[in-house]
Design a protein around this ligand. Structure first.
Ligand SMILES: [Zn+2]
Length: 199
């Protein structure tokens, strides 16, 4: 289950593009800012929404996932009606295909450094509260060099793409701490289910 934003100015423009064969992009669903939901590809069929990337060691995400595009430029908050429509659609798809909340991800989770959608304005916590995305517990863990430890934990929750430290950190932050910046800090470990022990 991969969530995107369209990076376009209107749902109509996005619809047009997603239906153009030569654009070579498609998604199963598009949700407009007003909550209107369009289905463009049958769930059992492959759509071209994910591209190159990796999640939990799996590649060819297009063949294994359902893509939902949200009409949003990336520069504005997601509309309430749109989030409400997503919350109606998601549970139905998750139960139909037996998809766990851990596998509801953003495009940036599977393509760190290449994609940033659905971006820092997407309200993941809202989905987490409804078990529509994975929430991490807090516990203490073993500690080697902070970045090695961070890489291990990120890999454990699915960030298996082979990217450099900064790119990985940026991708995990986009998902869990979009306000985070600068070098790795202890707070970066919290969403991964561990408290950082280094000082
Ligand atoms: Zn995307």
């Amino acid at each position: 289950m991969v969530i995107h934003y369209t990076a376009m100015t209107s749902a109509e423009a996005a619809l047009k593009r997603l239906c153009l064969p030569e654009a070579e992009v498609s998604a199963h669903y598009l949700i407009g800012a007003d909550g209107t939901t369009w289905q463009m590809v049958r769930e059992e069929d492959r759509a071209w929404h994910a591209g190159a990337g990796e999640w939990r060691g799996l590649t060819d995400i297009n063949s294994r996932s359902i893509g939902i595009e949200l009409d949003n430029t990336g520069a504005t908050p997601f509309a309430e009606a749109q989030m409400a429509a997503l919350e109606v659609l998601l549970p139905v798809i998750l139960s139909r295909w037996d998809i766990s909340p851990e596998n509801v991800i953003g495009h940036s989770d599977m393509a760190p450094g290449r994609k940033i959608d659905p971006g820092p304005r997407f309200d993941w916590q809202r989905l987490e509260r409804q078990q529509l995305a994975a929430q991490r517990g807090h516990s203490d863990g073993p500690q080697d060099a902070p970045m090695d430890h961070f890489r291990t934990l990120a890999r454990d929750i699915g960030f298996t793409s082979n990217v450099d430290d900064d790119t990985l950190l940026a991708a995990v932050r986009l998902r869990y701490r979009p306000w985070g910046s600068g070098p790795l800090v202890p707070a970066d470990f919290t969403p991964l289910g561990h408290t950082a022990l280094w000082t």
